[in-house]
Design a protein around this ligand. Structure first.
Ligand SMILES: NC(=O)c1ccc[n+]([C@@H]2O[C@H](COP(=O)([O-])OP(=O)(O)OC[C@H]3O[C@@H](n4cnc5c(N)ncnc54)[C@H](OP(=O)(O)O)[C@@H]3O)[C@@H](O)[C@H]2O)c1
Length: 332
């Protein structure tokens, strides 16, 4: 175990959190039960908001950034984990209220960890990351609602399709035999999305225009990571009895919608949160990912980048320029 290591840390600069690289020791880490040696983390939209300062993510400072961990238990005071166990952690307030993942080592609570699924290496688990695990939570929510399984002839729309949540949602839905329509603002990603299983495409501007709020039925359901008028339009085009899983705000946190889809078509808006989701939901979502996510497709959506590139990578994801998932190598 090395004594000193580099971490990406937000500090108070003129009253605002500002990220930078710092040398830490194990003594700098919080006094929590499990010390994890981190192999990889990942880049999520929330990380981009923190890195660019476009969102106030860290609630106390200094704060190590990064919301996703995959690595190996190095020390444990908990009977649940022993040195050598391979583990994954998504969310639980990391980089907000709890010290995060952009570091070679971190101490975490035992109950935040789940075992690394046998299907994945630590790199692959971070290719999935919070975005992919959230996509799985969305598909779980849609299947729990129960409409899409009996309407496989109808389209399911995935918005923000070329992003992290969107790419994994397309792949997971297609793997279960659903007819996936990808809504994207980047026509150059159509071939990539078709490779993941999308069979139809919508230009995102069509959904982003002033909502028709209640239009002709088109979708059995949707996975929305965009919010704003896009979500309102998806709701307004969802079939009687269908449902939309909403998890994101890449366009807006507003919802300029009509109640008509709810009260005239019984459409359901299913809210999905990954950060504080209970362990049973997490393990179920990861089991779906292990079962349905094709490894070749996962590799096709993934790039691995050194932690030293975080400032540039954070700006790119907030600008909507990132395709698929970015794994962060915390040793580089
Ligand atoms: N609820 C949760 O627990 C949870 C968990 C994970 C993520 N999220 C949220 O989900 C969203 C997506 O996260 P991500 O990691 O997938 O981010 P991402 O990789 O940046 O993907 C977001 C995608 O949204 C589309 N988009 C961006 N700006 C847009 C705009 N102004 N109008 C319409 N579409 C736009 C782009 O897709 P195209 O290029 O294909 O158009 C972009 O690739 C974020 O808001 C994130 O905070 C929430």
């Amino acid at each position: 175990m090395s004594d000193v290591f580099t971490a990406y840390v937000f500090d108070d600069v003129d009253g605002k959190p500002k990220g930078g690289f710092k040398t830490l020791t194990l003594a700098d880490l919080p006094d929590l039960d499990v010390l994890v040696e981190i192999d990889y983390s990942s880049l999520n939209y929330k990380d981009g908001l923190a890195i660019t300062g476009k969102g106030r993510i860290a609630r106390r400072l200094p704060m190590v950034g990064g919301i996703d961990i995959a690595g190996t238990v190095a020390e444990s005071r908990s009977p649940e984990w022993k040195p050598g166990d391979k583990v994954v952690l998504n969310g639980w307030g990391l980089s907000e209220t709890q010290q995060g993942a952009y570091s070679r080592y971190q101490r975490v609570k035992a109950e935040w960890l789940i075992p690394l699924p046998d299907a994945f290496s630590t790199l692959e688990a971070m290719a999935v990351g919070t975005a992919g695990y959230t996509a799985a939570l969305c598909v779980d929510a849609l299947e729990d609602w129960g409409f899409i399984q009996n309407n496989k002839d109808k389209e399911i729309v995935v918005t923000g399709a070329a992003g992290g949540v969107g790419s994994v949602a397309v792949a997971l839905l297609a793997a279960r035999g659903y007819r996936v329509t990808a809504a994207t603002g980047r026509p150059e990603t159509h071939e990539y999305l078709a490779g993941l299983g999308a069979s139809g495409f919508i230009d995102r501007t069509e959904l982003a225009e002033k909502p028709a709020t209640f239009a002709k039925e088109r979708f059995a359901g949707g996975v929305d990571s965009v919010g704003g008028p896009t979500l309102a339009n998806v709701l307004g085009q969802t079939f009687y009895g269908g449902a939309v899983a909403a998890c994101g705000l890449a366009s807006s946190s507003d919802l300029p919608a009509s109640v008509l889809p709810f009260i005239l078509r019984g459409v359901a808006l299913l809210g999905v949160d990954s950060v504080m989701a209970p362990r049973a939901k997490r393990e179920r979502a990861w089991a779906r990912l292990a079962r349905d996510l094709d490894k070749a497709k996962l590799a096709a959506i993934t790039t691995v980048q050194p932690m030293s590139e975080l400032p540039e990578l954070g700006a790119a994801i907030v600008a909507g320029k990132t395709r698929g998932r970015v794994v962060i190598d915390v040793q580089k």
